[in-house]
Design a protein around this ligand. Structure first.
Ligand SMILES: [Zn+2]
Length: 246
């Protein structure tokens, strides 16, 4: 009788672990689905949408962008964060903070505005254009972003209004279509799989630990600024990669 109870307890325990894993896997996806639903479908001459744009930037390196919307106001590069809890962060901070469970759990994550800036840098290099990009980081309602200090970070319900506001950029329908075709071309000629992309991220972290610049392969050297010590690339100023010492 007692053993039967133990067996049942064990099964329940394993089931709970499996359910927890499954829900955290699909969380990111459901946030992206919610955003792509709002963005809608491509309407020729009006707006062009690419969801989950994954491409190789150079051998062994890749870039994954949740959503790209091209409309007359620019090329919107959108990063979706399906995080819960209270979020703290600023544009210039490398790490942002997530507080969960009434302050009992604290996680840090890489600044999504900086992450998205890197995406924009890659796109601007590939499209050979500047000043048309709009950086947007979207959180879902389960996050509290009232203490995030950034003009680029917004809630999902602000999205329809945001992408239709005047940005000072005005793209003709020919230009929009041209950029869209370039991105589709980029996606189809620089193919990389999801698992390769994840492998690339791990490889980059490994390189960092070995003192190799993940951007150009140069050597990382210790430098000093008014904010303290940091690692810079030996190929500076050509390569502007830096890493804070944590
Ligand atoms: Zn470098």
């Amino acid at each position: 009788m007692f053993y039967a109870f133990l067996v049942i307890l064990f099964i329940v325990f394993i089931a709970a672990i499996i359910i927890k894993q499954k829900t955290s896997e699909s969380k990111g996806d459901s946030g992206e689905n919610a955003v792509s639903k709002i963005l809608g479908k491509t309407i020729n001459g009006e707006k062009y949408i690419i969801n989950d744009l994954l491409f190789e930037t150079e051998p062994g390196k890749s870039c994954q962008i949740d959503h790209v919307l091209i409309n007359p106001h620019g090329i919107w590069v959108i990063e979706t964060k399906n995080y819960a809890g209270k979020i703290y962060g600023q544009d210039n901070q490398r790490e942002w903070i997530q507080i969960l469970a009434y302050g009992n759990e604290k996680n840090t994550f890489y600044n999504p505005v900086k992450q998205n800036s890197t995406h924009i840098y890659q796109l601007s290099k590939k499209l050979n254009v500047k000043k048309v990009f709009q950086n947007l980081v979207i959180f879902l309602p389960q996050a509290d972003i009232t203490d995030v200090n950034s003009d680029y970070v917004h809630y999902i319900d602000e999205l329809p209004e945001l992408v239709n506001k005047d940005t000072g950029v005005l793209l003709s329908s020919e230009k929009m279509e041209y950029f869209y075709n370039c991105l589709i071309d980029l996606k189809n000629t620089n193919i990389v799989s999801k698992s390769e992309h994840i492998e690339n991220i791990y490889k980059m972290q490994e390189q960092l630990q070995q003192g190799i610049c993940p951007r150009c392969g140069g050597k990382l050297v210790l430098r000093k600024s008014k904010n303290g010590l940091f690692y810079g690339c030996s190929n500076h100023p050509e390569c502007k990669f830096t890493k804070k010492i944590s």
